[in-house]
Ligand binder design. Structure first.
Ligand code: FES
Length: 146
């Protein structure tokens, strides 16, 4: 499998790894097929994602995509972060092999799950619905089928 330099860079030197102890948004998603899990922590203030960190128990592409996703949403507004698609993450990484596209889907969903959690903590309706049944959400994305 050929990975871009960007992917290798974010895999070997992932940005924003870890936890945020006083996070006010935490999202966890998993892919039932490969068993990989991604957890995203955010510190949100005044609608801005002031800090974001992740822990990924998964493949190299999952680590690279979560690293890139945190870079893309850090300092952004909630609305901007919600618009982040897995496609944008893949583009920022200069491509991913087809069989690894689902890993980038996990990154998009982890961001949305964290923001959902934030809304819930604020007593608001979650917007994306991702965190509700993350197990059922993954099938049918391109790259996820044999
Ligand atoms: Fe499952 Fe990459 S193989 S997230």
């Amino acid at each position: 499998m050929i990975y871009s330099e960007k992917v290798m860079d974010h895999f070997t030197n992932p940005r924003n790894v870890g936890e945020i102890p006083d996070a006010n948004a935490v999202g966890e998603v998993g892919n039932a097929k490969c068993g990989d899990i991604m957890r995203m922590y955010m510190k949100i203030e005044d609608n801005i994602i002031k800090d974001v960190k992740f822990k990924t128990f998964g493949c190299g592409a999952a680590i690279a995509t979560s690293s890139m996703a945190t870079e893309l949403v850090k300092g952004k507004t909630i609305d901007e972060a919600l618009k982040l698609t897995n496609k944008a993450v893949v583009e920022a990484l200069e491509g991913l092999p087809d069989v690894k596209i689902h890993c980038s889907v996990l990154a998009e969903e982890a961001i949305k799950a964290a923001i959902d959690d934030y809304y819930k903590r604020q007593g608001l309706e979650p917007v994306s619905g991702i965190s509700e049944n993350s197990d059922h959400h993954h099938d049918g994305h391109s790259g996820d089928e044999e």
